[in-house]
Write a protein that binds this ligand. Structure first.
Ligand SMILES: Cc1ncc(COP(=O)(O)O)c(C=O)c1O
Length: 401
């Protein structure tokens, strides 16, 4: 990595207080809050306490944030709406479609997060949809397997860009091209990749992308964003029609003729009432940071760190799930031999013992589906890898003695 870039990332690391208390390797659960976002949030709370809230400035931030997120994924602002979380985005998109009994949805129950499962089963119960689930092979889902499972009734395919465990990347663009060719809608749960791995809606050819802001977007819980391709969005009818989701001129609360409402352009039709301003203010700053450094530079830095971490762990004799880094690799590295059923537990005593040793040594990580999950972002550096490697060596020595 050029020296200039390295210095840049060293500086960025200083704007995340959480790095000081040991390796933070848990963006797959939640990222560290960016100091710039925290300052914006604190200023907002001060205003609320003092009675100096400026509503026009809040609206300006909402639009600014919409534009910044659109820029991050190479979409247009009209293709972005604000949601509460990933589930909300997926559910809003799904519920806006005009389903017919027997329409099909393809997904992989074994790998998807519940956020990308329950909304579809809910719709299936209401509208008589047929859900077909595809089995992964060794924790991975090949786009070809999904394509082979397509039936004439398939309307929607729902996938994750990176699975929460074992953290493998999915070939979204490959599937996207096939979906577009066949007129099937592709929804991507990008909860794990957003902010870390580049997203280009044009290259992905996705119709909808749902994210939340507490992971790679370095902000708080309680806010999500949903991209819907403009042409697709304009054929959808939101379940809730609201003052910010309709096309009005003048003040949003001004009395028009509600009976003849028109939906707002694109995904804006999914906007509801007042926004989650505190969370928007925080993510606005984080988005500025991500765009300033550049999504490509972040991806290359973070994937480089994750890959050298995986190699180091393998060299230390640990079973990295999926083996040496390759096409499947993301910023998430998992350790263990089998992908289990339990969301946040492992029955392997050696993994439990290693987990406890690492946590006692100040490492922040998560157990997911029988695996130890380590996940990287732009605030990590080589010193985090060294610390974990030293703790692993220590653990192995103590296990032998
Ligand atoms: C792949 C994936 N989707 C969704 C979520 C979260 O969904 P929600 O924001 O609806 O809680 C997570 C993790 O929290 C995840 O890993």
């Amino acid at each position: 990595m050029p020296l200039g870039q390295r210095v840049r990332f060293d500086d960025v690391r200083k704007s995340f207080n959480g790095v000081e208390s040991g390796p933070y390797l848990d963006v797959a659960a939640r990222g560290l809050l960016f100091e710039g976002g925290r300052a914006a949030l604190m200023a907002h709370l001060d205003d609320a306490a003092r009675g100096t809230t400026d509503k026009a400035a809040l609206f300006a931030s909402v639009e600014e944030t919409r534009g910044l997120f659109a820029a991050l994924i190479r979409a247009t602002p009209d293709e972005i709406t604000f949601t509460r979380n990933v589930t909300d985005g997926i559910a809003a998109f799904g519920a806006g479609l005009d389903w017919k009994v027997g329409d099909g949805v393809l997904l992989c129950e074994e790998l998807e997060h519940p956020a990308n499962i329950y909304p579809w089963f809910g719709l299936a119960r209401r509208f008589g949809l047929a859900i077909k689930t595809i089995a992964p092979v060794d924790g991975a889902l090949a786009a070809d397997r999904i394509v082979e499972a397509i039936e004439p009734s398939t309307r929607v395919i729902a996938v994750s860009s990176v699975s929460f465990a074992p953290g493998f990347r999915f070939a979204v663009a490959q599937l996207g091209a096939e979906c577009r060719r066949r007129g099937i809608l592709l929804l991507v749960d990008a909860a794990q990749s957003i902010g870390v791995i580049e997203t280009d809606v044009g290259a992905w050819q996705a119709d909808a992308i749902a994210v939340s802001t507490q992971k790679g977007l370095l902000s708080t819980y309680g806010l999500g964003m949903l991209y819907v391709r403009r042409e697709v969005a304009e054929a959808l009818t939101p379940v809730y029609i609201s003052r910010f989701g309709v096309d009005v001129t003048g003040h949003e609360a001004s009395r028009g003729d509600p009976a003849s409402f028109e939906c707002a352009p694109g995904a804006r039709r999914f906007d509801l009432g007042n926004y989650n301003y505190p969370a928007i203010l925080a993510v606005e700053q984080a988005l500025r940071l991500l765009l300033d450094i550049g999504p490509a530079a972040i991806e290359s830095r973070v994937l480089g760190l994750a890959s050298s971490f995986a190699d180091r762990m393998l060299d230390l004799g640990l079973p990295v799930f999926g083996g040496r880094p390759g096409q499947h690799s993301s910023h998430i590295v998992t350790i263990g031999r089998d992908l289990g059923e339990d969301h946040d537990a492992t029955g392997d005593p050696a993994l439990v013992s290693l987990y406890r040793h690492l946590v006692a040594g100040g490492v922040r990580l998560t157990i997911r589906r029988n695996l130890l999950r380590f996940s990287f972002h732009l605030y990590n550096d080589e010193s985090d890898i060294m610390t974990v490697a030293e703790l692993v060596e220590q653990w192995r020595r103590s296990a032998r003695s």
